[in-house]
Write a protein that binds this ligand. Structure first.
Ligand SMILES: Cc1cc2nc3c(=O)[nH]c(=O)nc-3n(C[C@H](O)[C@H](O)[C@H](O)COP(=O)(O)OP(=O)(O)OC[C@H]3O[C@@H](n4cnc5c(N)ncnc54)[C@H](O)[C@@H]3O)c2cc1C
Length: 422
């Protein structure tokens, strides 16, 4: 593939053609751009400026290993998780042989984008607007640069209407990595507009200087209480100098702000400085289709790829970006759009079962106070703790101990039917 130098992109006669335009420079898009640039493709990575992605920032060791994340990006390391039941009963789970890394998304995402640029991707700040077709059928991506958005704002202010045109480039293929509620997905992939979400809201607060009974800088708290979240969970995730205190819910009318205020007060974080208040949707289920059968493939939140029950999305977004890059590369080499399906196929083969099980868990355990109480109770079992952490940390189930799985299965059933009291 030949890399064509940039020309005047406002002049349609000299529209630049890229092998791939990646829309969105979060973990999925930046990973896809990095990989494709490394394979010698001409890549435009577009990311709109401004907003830091609202996120707890917890990443597993598998991600750190697979995607070569340097130590300096970890703002803290977490060595235990504490599950809190509705009765306030607490189960501390030490993380054996490792830690969960915490990243600051502003620095982490920018580092990933710069790595893609260093590998040869053209990284531009720009806001995707729409996709159309050129006379030869090749995709045309319309976007606004930061300057043209500023100009449009000035136009509206001064003349009541905007005059500045959007920039257009041609793309042999397009990766949609523009997050939950992806604009590109809704314009190109059937069914994307029906994606379902949990809404997550958190407050970034200044971390207490010294540990307290309810705040330990190296421990994540996961709180299961209906008043704080009627259908998901709440959390306290320390990030070194700052801490994310948040909650999730899909229930309309539930006040997440009031919930976080209550959680902060209950955990001794009511009076610490609030640095940001923000929220964002978390997709509940991978889409049934990730491609348009022609030249577009989705990755990460745009494809609905966040683990149910936990809301973990960064690792899956980066893996999704990698798989989208491989699928696009195969498509560019063969010209066969069926290659784009490889992204979803490979992802679901590796993680489909776990997503399915987690989806059932969320629908079952997160729906009543009694079930939440039992769920935390189950987490006292050392086998459950080991299994949970092995699968979170390494994204693999331990196959060496089949009897432990059988035992957990029967214990779960006993809890499910109330044979074992919480
Ligand atoms: C409150 C909250 C807490 C979370 N905590 C965790 C956690 O602790 N650990 C974890 O693993 N996951 C967590 N998640 C999930 C995780 O944040 C996402 O799954 C992950 O960020 C998905 O990555 P992505 O690259 O697909 O999308 P995003 O990170 O959303 O990136 C999309 C990118 O596209 C850009 N973009 C969007 N629209 C356009 C456009 N029109 N033009 C150009 N660019 C555009 C955005 O600027 C952004 O950079 C959390 C989510 C929320 C909401």
């Amino acid at each position: 593939m030949k890399y064509e130098p940039a020309v005047d992109m406002n002049n349609p006669q000299s529209m630049m053609t890229y092998d791939v335009v990646v829309i969105g420079g979060g973990p999925s898009g930046a990973t896809a751009a990095h990989q494709l640039a490394g394979l010698g493709c001409s890549v435009l990575l577009l990311d709109r400026r401004g907003r830091i992605k609202p996120c707890g920032g917890a990443i597993p060791p598998r991600l750190i290993r697979d995607f070569q994340i340097p130590d300096e990006l970890l703002v803290s390391r977490i060595y235990s998780a504490r599950m809190v039941a509705p009765s306030n009963r607490k189960v501390d789970i030490p993380i054996e042989n490792g830690y969960v890394g915490m990243v600051d998304r502003a620095a982490f995402d920018e580092w990933l984008r710069q790595r893609a640029a260093a590998a040869g991707a053209e990284y531009r700040i720009g806001t995707f607007e729409r996709i159309t077709r050129d006379t030869d059928g090749v995709a045309v991506i319309h976007f606004r640069s930061a300057e043209s958005l500023d100009q449009a704002q000035r136009d509206v202010h001064e003349n009541g209407a905007e005059n500045s045109a959007s920039i257009r480039v041609r793309a042999r293929s397009v990766i949609g990595a523009d997050g939950a509620k992806s604009l590109l997905a809704r314009q190109t992939v059937k069914g994307a507009e029906r994606m379902k979400f949990v809404f997550a809201y958190h407050e970034i607060v200044r971390s207490p200087v010294v540990d307290q009974a309810d705040f330990v800088a190296t421990r994540c708290d996961v709180i299961y209480r209906g008043a704080l979240s009627p259908d998901f969970y709440s959390w306290i995730f320390p990030h070194g100098a700052t801490t994310s205190v948040g909650t999730g819910s899909a229930r309309k009318g539930f006040s997440m702000r009031a919930s976080v205020t209550a959680l902060r007060a209950a955990s001794g974080l009511g009076e610490v400085e609030t640095l940001r208040r923000e929220g964002a949707p978390i997709p509940l289920k991978p889409l049934g289709r990730w491609d348009n059968g022609r030249d577009v493939v989705l990755a990460g939140d745009a494809a609905g790829v966040v683990a149910p029950a936990s809301g973990e999305g960064i690792y899956y977004a980066m893996l999704g970006g990698q798989l989208a890059a491989e699928a696009v590369h195969a498509f560019l080499q063969s010209g066969n759009p069926a290659a784009l399906k490889l992204a979803r196929k490979r992802f679901m083969r590796e993680h489909g079962t776990v997503f399915w099980v987690l989806g059932i868990m969320q629908r079952f355990w997160y729906t009543s106070e009694g079930r939440r109480e039992r769920f935390v109770s189950i987490c006292r079992d050392p086998d459950v703790q080991k299994l949970t952490f092995d699968s979170y940390m390494n994204k693999k189930l331990e196959r060496k101990k089949p009897m432990a799985h059988v035992r957990i299965f029967f214990k779960d059933l006993a809890h499910l039917f109330g044979v074992v009291r919480a």
